[in-house]
Ligand binder design. Structure first.
Ligand SMILES: [Fe+2]
Ligand SMILES: [Fe+2]
Length: 199
């Protein structure tokens, strides 16, 4: 067992050690923006404040940052996210984080149970789709992305075809949020991190 701190900073370092693709780093950051925002919301719903609320948001951040950290080196369904999970286990990362990361891959057979599991899955594909929606704007800015436009693009099969519309819909449903609200919530979360995301 490697003794290390399990913070956003160490998660960020681990992500960058394993990932050379700038697109994947951006993906991690955009999923983090959305997932963390759900962590902040969850903390408020649970009546948490101060350090407890911050700790919950940090857990959501770390989970999102690390969910694809092995993907650059091990993209196959045989290896991702299992190779990553092995490393995270060896490094002593909390079980709730590893469970959510395993559960974000439908084919892992790990069911989505916790709010964190469901939030990560709900944000993963949508963050990618919102990025694609921003990049086709003349400004390439997330500030010009609106819910109605995103819904329209979801119906356009040729647009960002790698992004599963079913995953987006099922993600919102699994999290128990209305799809339009979910899209609006994630747009706002990404707008707040627009500088960091380069959008
Ligand atoms: Fe993944
Ligand atoms: Fe992902």
């Amino acid at each position: 067992m490697v003794t290390m701190e399990h913070t956003r900073v160490t998660a960020w370092t681990l992500l960058n050690e394993w990932t050379t693709s700038p697109g994947l780093i951006k993906h991690a950051l955009s999923v983090e923006a959305c997932t963390r925002a759900y962590g902040v919301k969850r903390a408020a719903e649970l009546g948490l404040a101060g350090a407890e609320a911050d700790a919950l948001a940090e857990t959501y951040s770390i989970t999102a940052l690390l969910h694809d950290f092995d993907y650059d080196k091990h993209p196959s369904a045989e290896e991702h996210p299992f190779v990553g999970n092995k490393i995270l286990t060896e490094q002593g990362w909390p079980g709730e984080i590893r469970h959510a990361i395993l559960a974000h891959a439908d084919y892992s057979g790990v069911p989505r149970e916790s709010h964190l599991d469901k939030a990560l899955f709900a944000c993963d594909e949508l963050a990618g789709f919102l990025t694609a929606c921003a990049l086709v704007k003349p400004t390439k800015s997330i500030h010009d992305v609106e819910v109605a436009g995103v819904k329209k693009k979801m119906k356009d099969k040729a647009f960002a075809r790698a992004v599963s519309r079913d995953d987006i819909r099922n993600g919102a449903e699994g999290l128990g949020v209305d799809l339009d609200e979910h899209i609006g919530f994630c747009i706002k979360a990404m707008q707040e991190k627009a500088g960091e995301l380069g959008l």
